[in-house]
Design a protein around this ligand. Structure first.
Ligand code: IPE
Ligand code: IPE
Ligand code: MG
Length: 262
């Protein structure tokens, strides 16, 4: 049993756990609320920005692992619409890290076949970061590997309002009739258009809330909350989350017997 393996051995050799997972039952899309950077730093008597910096290494490792496993997409909640209200110094530190990440990771993304995209109010980001993002998205677009979707200046409610506005405009223009607004059409107006809904949502840092993340898309996601702070969430912890996911029975409203009989 996969979960038994993880309970017994918290420090397995790097190559072993992936083989313990059922590769036919991997989530197609994993969404992650990367929380706990500030507390990780505070615990060490460091400034919060150092926690964010340490978190970048987790991002690199998780994207690499997910790519190696053949997971289709990973969405990372990197900065929320609410995070704009943090002290200016912290926002600035986060923007500096984002800038450095985009500058340093373009080459590795191209090498590993990663396709970058983003979700959120990108127009609120500093202009040079917008340019870096557009460049990285364009350059990685022909890749065929994992989709890395960065949620930046992202808020679920703002995304839903934006979708409603766009559909309302289409109705006014006469392109569609209100009855033609289906769940599918609505989903096409979201930042995540074309991506499967997340099968698994992971939140690190100990809180059990969504904090305005992917409100529409997570309606049937499996939720995994861990107290581990994001900078400590590495390959081993990610594989443990995947193993936990594989132990779930996803019923989508049906009975257990119906699903087992599928
Ligand atoms: C998550 O870590 C990163 C962002 C929200 C940008 P936090 O900065 O929220 O860390 P905690 O929750 O205060 O520990
Ligand atoms: C959620 O974390 C946002 C990101 C991880 C980017 P927060 O730290 O902002 O969430 P709350 O304030 O604890 O709900
Ligand atoms: Mg937090």
């Amino acid at each position: 049993m996969v979960s038994f393996f993880y309970l017994c051995d918290r420090n397995p050799p790097v190559t072993m756990p992936a083989t313990e997972l059922d590769h036919n039952k991997l989530p197609r899309h994993v969404a992650i609320i990367m929380d706990g950077n500030g507390r990780w730093a505070e615990q060490r008597g460091l400034p919060r920005a150092m926690g964010h910096k340490a978190g970048v290494e987790s991002v690199r490792e998780i994207v690499e692992t997910a790519g190696e496993l053949g997971i289709t997409a990973v969405t990372l909640y990197a900065f929320s619409t609410e995070n704009w209200h943090r002290p200016a110094m912290e926002v600035q530190a986060l923007m500096t890290l984002l800038r450095a990440y985009l500058e340093s990771q373009l080459a590795p993304m191209l090498e590993k076949g990663v396709r970058l995209r983003c979700s959120g109010e990108i127009e609120r980001l500093p202009k040079d970061i917008q340019t870096l993002l557009t460049k990285a998205i364009d350059k990685t677009a022909p890749n065929t590997g994992i989709i890395l979707n960065l949620a930046l200046s992202y808020g679920g409610r703002s995304e839903l309002v934006r979708a409603a506005q766009r559909l309302a405009q289409q109705c006014l223009d006469g392109t569609i009739r209100p009855e033609a607004i289906t769940e599918e059409r609505f989903g096409e107006q979201l930042y995540t258009a074309g991506l499967p809904d997340p099968d698994l949502l992971i939140r690190t840092g100990g809180e059990a809330r969504l904090s305005n993340f992917l409100l529409w898309q997570t309606s049937y996601s499996e939720l995994y909350f861990t107290p581990i702070f994001w900078p400590d969430f590495r390959k081993e912890q990610f594989l443990a989350a995947l193993a936990d996911y594989q132990g779930r029975q996803r019923r989508f409203g049906k009975t257990g017997a119906q699903v087992a009989g599928d």
